[in-house]
Design a protein around this ligand. Structure first.
Ligand code: KIV
Ligand code: ZN
Length: 513
């Protein structure tokens, strides 16, 4: 591809819009780990969060801004002074940073949500963008619900934002309502209405399954930034999927006349990390990163691929980092080999997390002969997801029961110097173990979702359990990995409770845009 083709910037919002998906609540360590991986992948912009939304979110944006190098780091902010000041405060340690400010512009949002007139919205945009520009010359303005906004007014909003100094104008299809031909035309109209130096961006939601198609229509019509999330996660049905748009541009860039600067070998690793930390699994037939995306079932296809891969494959799985599941370590491996193996799969941990992950690795390696790179990634995901300081630690879980004997579980939890023992009966072994933990932790918890998978294939695979709980009105997730599925479930359940206990003592309610 010639060097002079246009570049489409990749703006990743996994940590902001992605984290707004129901039930996702990442810890600070998980957010930093994901941001570092996004930098490896080579995204142009990382939207690290919505700094004003909570104390924890502010700290996460600040840590990413100060520690992650490469991409521009952005924070979302409404067009109000408090939001913009807070975003600037969180971002100021970054090498390069952007304030992404927004307000709704459709009649329905302005009348029924904001209770603001057109003039009030225009003034708020002017003042907000001017304030943002006083902090940084990289300012993005988004007109929320742009696709349901009266066109004349939308263009007026964008003109005010550009005159006030915005350098990127974003056209969100907030409710996923647009169709590709309509969205493409809207982007072209906006492109023609604003000066060439201003970048036009898309932000498409997937309510009708059109987020990728709409983003592509935006590119074809002049957008040079696309807002995406890894695995397409986000509010409701999610956002435009990073890996799909990345591989469309990579595979069909000639036809589109554009390219991006992503290091696509990191795509699979990024997708797995986000899936493991959020607990959102990837559907098997998802394009590019689904487990069946490169599986050939029919004999004719298998025969074709064996003689020439290109007969039925338009992308090379090795090019996106899809390698076999390598056996890497066993119980005799030391800390150094462990850190080294993690580094080879792109995971670097601070000393504290490394120590904790190594201790878990040793426990598991004692029971499972050899661990693969996927096992290691799952162990790390469990450790990163555990509360920064676990209040309750699982010492043991013992279960009994069967077809004619009601299942019963006894757990021992350590809380500081004290050991708490509790037992419970349940509908099954897992239910009994969770009941016993709930009693020992003395909290009201309701199981919202339970997801069990095996990290690798085979009967000796590690069980990987992700639960979502409602703990006294707060949604939290927890992950547990173990050689036994009851223990993995107990660990996941307790991790969620620990997270709820920690979050409720550290911060109040989080605001979402
Ligand atoms: O969907 C949306 O409109 C958003 C904005 C805040 C950009 O997420
Ligand atoms: Zn959105």
């Amino acid at each position: 591809m010639p060097d002079d083709v246009d570049v489409v910037r990749i703006f990743d919002t996994t940590l902001r819009d992605g984290e707004q998906a129901p039930g996702i609540a990442l810890t600070r360590a998980e957010k930093v780990e994901i941001a570092e991986q996004l930098a490896q992948l080579g995204v142009d912009v990382i939207e690290a969060g919505f700094a004003i939304s909570s104390e924890g979110e502010f700290e996460a944006v600040r840590e990413i801004a100060t520690s992650v190098r490469g991409p521009v780091i952005a924070s979302l902010a409404r067009v109000t002074p408090g939001d913009i000041d807070r975003a600037a405060e969180a971002l100021k340690g970054a090498e390069r940073w952007r304030i992404h400010t927004f307000i709704s512009t459709s009649d329905i949002h302005m009348q029924d949500m904001l209770r603001m007139s057109n003039n009030q919205v225009l003034n708020a945009i002017r003042e907000g963008v001017e304030l943002a520009v006083s902090y940084t010359d990289d300012v993005e303005f988004s007109a929320q619900d742009a696709t349901r906004t009266e066109l004349g007014f939308l263009l007026e909003c964008f003109k005010v934002a550009v005159d006030a100094g915005a350098t990127t104008i974003n056209v969100p299809d907030t409710v996923g309502y647009a169709m590709p031909h309509e969205f493409g035309e809207l982007v072209r109209t906006v492109r023609e209405a604003v000066p060439d130096r201003v970048v036009i961006s898309t932000h498409c939601h997937n309510d009708l399954g059109l987020a990728v198609a709409n983003s592509l229509a935006g590119i074809v019509n002049g957008a040079r930034q696309v807002e995406v999330a890894v695995n397409g996660i986000g509010e409701r049905a999610g956002n435009c999927s990073l890996e799909e748009i990345a591989m469309i541009v990579r595979t069909r860039g000639q036809a589109l006349g554009v390219r991006h600067g992503l290091n696509i070998r990191e795509i699979v690793r990024t997708s797995r990390l986000v899936s493991m930390t959020t607990g959102y699994s990837v559907q098997p037939n998802k394009s590019v990163v689904g487990s069946s995306a490169f599986a050939h079932e029919s004999g004719i296809h298998q025969h074709g691929v064996l003689s020439n891969r290109a007969t039925y494959e338009i992308m090379d799985p090795l090019e996106i980092g899809l390698e076999g599941n390598r056996l890497v370590l066993g119980k005799h491996s030391g800390r150094h080999a462990f850190a080294d193996a993690l580094q080879k799969i792109g995971i670097e941990l601070d000393q504290e997390h490394l120590n904790r992950a190594f201790a878990r690795f040793k426990e598991l390696a004692d029971r499972k002969i050899q661990l693969t790179d996927q096992d290691l990634a799952a162990i790390v995901a469990e450790e990163l997801g555990s509360a920064e300081q676990d209040l309750l630690v699982l010492e043991s879980v013992v279960v009994g029961g069967g077809t004619h004997l009601q299942p019963r579980a006894t757990v021992h939890l350590r809380k500081g110097d004290e050991t708490i023992e509790e037992s419970a009966m349940g509908d099954g072994l897992i239910d009994a173990a969770m009941g016993a933990i709930q009693r020992a932790a003395a909290v009201e918890a309701r199981l919202v979702s339970f997801n069990v998978s095996s990290v690798t294939g085979g009967s000796d695979a590690l069980g990987d359990v992700v639960v979502q709980l409602d703990v006294e009105g707060r949604r939290v997730t927890g992950r547990g990995v173990a050689t036994d599925v009851v223990e993995a479930s107990a660990r996941a359940y307790l991790a969620a409770i620990n997270r709820a206990l920690q979050v409720s003592s550290a911060e109040g309610e989080k605001i979402t845009p």
